[in-house]
Ligand binder design. Structure first.
Ligand code: GDP
Ligand code: MG
Length: 720
């Protein structure tokens, strides 16, 4: 029962455009068995042009259609180093098959998916035949094919090639893809932020410089160039002609940057990332992983991503991180010339106080200039710098955890939870950097960290809730108010504030997703890159980048804002008293523009317990939250920042009759939640691409903050 000769079968590489289906897969995955089932045994055997690799072609019948099917050589990968791989790869590129069917051995999924990931990279229409499903089931593996299909973006059909199970469905699926009624274009593959950026740039360059019509994805060629694939270089020579040098140089520079960053071969990094995609897909879709590739990473992941052990380890890691961050920034540093152990934070505060002392002699001769320099520059900007050690060590540990591969696991563990609230596992990094661990962070680098998120909507939601986290600038407010009103329960209060920030962030994300940033959430593979010992250079670079973003605020926006604020809080000046004495700082403030504004708002803010003095401090906080405590110190005529000691202000507030724990708590909630600081707003505008979102962030968070502070204050009144 021989089929009639096929058109073009003798020379498969001849440029006849026809709808061809090719079958790819690892050796022994069951390709030939499936091929025979699909074609009913009708086939022709030949060689690929110019090489001795066997080539089999048959015909698949669907209704009254006849579709040529070609069985590619079995390969584990698609590099250019082995003949089979090169034949398979060139065939896909040069023949432009209408569809690739990848036969995946379900009992050995991770290794088989490595090839699938490479087919996905080529961005050809792809259908996965999840073969040997019987073997997988007999080993107790449960595979969620629907989920796998959703994650990879391609149809997945479970089959048993040797017995023909699932073959009809496979034929129907292929026909539907060819008819255009079923989408089979794979999801793009991601290799980590760093590498993705290089690929994007290189792909753009290739598109700009290719003279001949491109038959393949420029991004695929970019990946191959980064892998230093020799046949990719040859292709570039062909398509870029005289401008090949430009592309090649750019590729070499990109490889150097990647290798400097990761301290490893670029090709190795990319291969590891592919395994990361495969491993992530397996972990997300296969339950009860018993056998398969049980290397070190797998064995660690069974514990680290475990249902029970995972969260326990997460809590332990966070606790350890806290312990060390505070120890290093606040307690430890051996400085013999300062007489022993000093903390970096202490050193900075000491330097700021000395600088302020140096300005003191000018206080009487030039009171206005002194006030400007002392309040706006030295103490205002200095106050921000005082948090640099805390933030530096925080970012250092986070970067090390990120580099080790652990943050990817945290994202994996929390993905389901965060998705329920309209974010995704990868949002966790942005939230942690913003201060999600409870103390010390900064929303500016936090919002920059959302760049690693793939979904625009998830990214926007994450950006809008990240400022609710407890950043370093909110700490002094908590410190003073807790010392004044809750001295017996410091830890409990900090825990409570931490919990509130998360509850509000999650609830806000849920609401935003429901009413503002609407749209379906698309699942995707969460890569689990192999564990690494962190590379010092990369970690330091990351830490420095984030810390620098924080420091830069001090020198730019915060400085400018402090000067403007100072003007508002200094002018107009009240007249000298009848005894000829100049007004005190507190009198001056009450009379100033800020003071008048504070008075004007009092009728409304009183509902949440804030009087005009608190209003002044909170108004200042709209610019940067660092100024809240300083401004409060000024209104209560307490010189807090010069001594670096908050005790006098705390004592003063505790003794004020109209202050109460209830009011202090409402104020802490308000400071935690209201408008992001000016620098954060700028970054939101830049990263979201629109000032509309920045304005929205300011308004909605202030509204939330006021409602919650008011509720807490009024509820406190009821309970007494
Ligand atoms: P190829 O190397 O990918 O072409 O794989 P073959 O089609 O030659 O199959 C390799 C072996 O696996 C053969 O003995 C097949 O009978 C067997 N086989 C193929 N598909 C299945 C399947 O789905 N289940 C089981 N249990 N065996 C299969
Ligand atoms: Mg075979």
């Amino acid at each position: 029962m021989n089929a009639p000769p096929l058109p073009g079968a003798a020379s498969p590489s001849a440029p006849v455009r026809r709808q061809v289906i090719v079958i790819a897969g690892n050796p022994n995955a069951g390709k030939t068995s499936l091929f025979n089932r699909l074609t009913g045994g009708s086939q022709q055997v030949g060689n690929y042009p110019g090489v001795t690799v066997e080539h089999k072609e048959g015909v698949m019948r669907h209704q009254d259609r006849r579709l040529p099917v070609i069985d590619l050589p079995g390969t584990y990968s698609l590099t250019a180093y082995s003949l089979e791989e090169r034949v398979a790869r060139d065939f896909i590129i040069d023949e432009e098959p209408a569809l690739v069917v990848d036969v995946v051995d379900a009992s050995n999924m991770e290794r088989n998916l490595y090839l699938a990931v490479q087919l996905m990279e080529m961005r050809v229409p792809l259908v996965i035949a999840l073969n040997m499903i019987d073997v997988a089931e007999s080993r107790g593996l449960r595979i969620d094919t629907a989920r796998l299909s959703l994650l990879l973006g391609v149809p997945v059909v479970a089959t048993v090639g040797s017995r023909g199970r699932g073959v009809d469905e496979l034929i129907e699926t292929c026909a539907a893809v060819l008819d255009g009624t079923l989408d089979a274009l794979p999801q793009p593959v991601h290799y980590g932020h760093q590498v993705d950026e290089e690929i994007e740039g290189l792909a753009r360059l290739i598109t700009e410089n290719a003279v001949e019509e491109n038959r393949f994805e420029p991004s695929w060629l970019a990946v191959k160039l980064l892998e230093k694939d020799p046949s990719a270089t040859m292709r570039i020579r062909r398509i870029a002609g005289a401008r090949q040098g430009l592309v090649e140089e750019a590729a070499e520079a990109a490889v150097l940057r990647i290798e400097r960053h990761y301290k490893d071969d670029a090709a190795t990094i990319i291969a590891e990332r592919r395994y990361g995609v495969a491993a992530g897909a397996v972990r997300q879709c296969v339950s009860r992983v018993t056998e398969s590739r049980m290397d070190l990473t797998d064995r660690i992941d069974n514990v680290v991503c475990g249902r029970v052990t995972g969260p326990v380890i997460l809590v332990a890691v966070v606790a350890a991180l806290f312990f060390w961050v505070f120890k290093l920034s606040d307690e430890w540093a051996w400085m013999p010339w300062f007489g022993g152990w000093v903390s970096p934070t202490g050193l900075i505060n000491w330097a700021i106080a000395r600088l302020s002392d140096m300005l003191a002699p000018t206080q009487d001769s030039m009171p206005m200039l002194h006030s400007l320099f002392d309040a706006a520059l030295v103490r205002g900007v200095g106050g921000v710098l005082g948090f640099v050690p805390l933030i530096f060590f925080m970012f250092l540990f986070i970067a090390a955890l990120e580099d080790s591969g652990y943050i990817a696991r945290v994202a994996f563990i929390l993905d389901r939870l965060l998705r329920m609230f309209g974010m995704q596992g990868n949002s966790i990094l942005a939230l942690i950097v913003s201060g999600g661990l409870g103390a010390g962070g900064c929303a500016v680098p936090g919002i920059m960290a959302t760049r690693t998120l793939r979904e625009e909507k998830d990214r926007l939601v994450t950006m809008l809730v990240a400022p609710f986290m407890n950043c370093g600038a909110k700490m002094p407010v908590y410190a003073v108010l807790i010392a004044a009103f809750f001295p017996q329960s410091r830890t409990e209060m900090m825990l409570l504030l931490w919990a509130v920030s998360w509850l509000v962030a999650l609830a806000a994300a849920w609401m935003l997703r429901r009413f503002v940033v609407r749209g379906e959430q698309t699942p995707f593979v969460m890569e689990l890159p192999p564990y690494h010992v962190p590379v010092l250079r990369g970690v330091l670079l990351h830490t420095w980048e984030r810390t620098w973003l924080y420091i830069k605020r001090a020198g730019t926006i915060i400085l400018a804002v402090n000067i403007v604020l100072w003007v508002f809080m200094y002018f107009p000046r009240p007249a000298d008293g009848p005894d000829g004495k100049p007004p005190t700082a507190a009198e001056g403030l009450s009379h100033s523009m800020a003071g008048r504004f504070g008075h004007a708002l009092e009728p409304v803010t009183k509902l949440a317990g804030f009087d005009w003095r608190t209003n002044i401090a909170l108004l200042g906080g709209f610019a940067t939250k660092e100024v809240v405590i300083g401004a409060l110190g000024t209104v209560y005529a307490m010189d807090v920042e010069k001594t670096g000691d908050n005790a006098p202000l705390a004592a003063r507030l505790a003794s004020e009759p109209d202050w109460s724990p209830r009011r202090a708590f409402a104020m802490m909630l308000f400071v935690m939640l209201y408008a992001p600081c000016m620098s954060t707003i700028t970054v939101i505008a830049r990263e979201s691409g629109s000032w509309k979102w920045a304005a929205f962030a300011t308004l909605y968070s202030t509204a939330i903050a006021f409602v919650i502070a008011l509720a807490a204050y009024q509820a406190g009144k009821l309970v007494g």
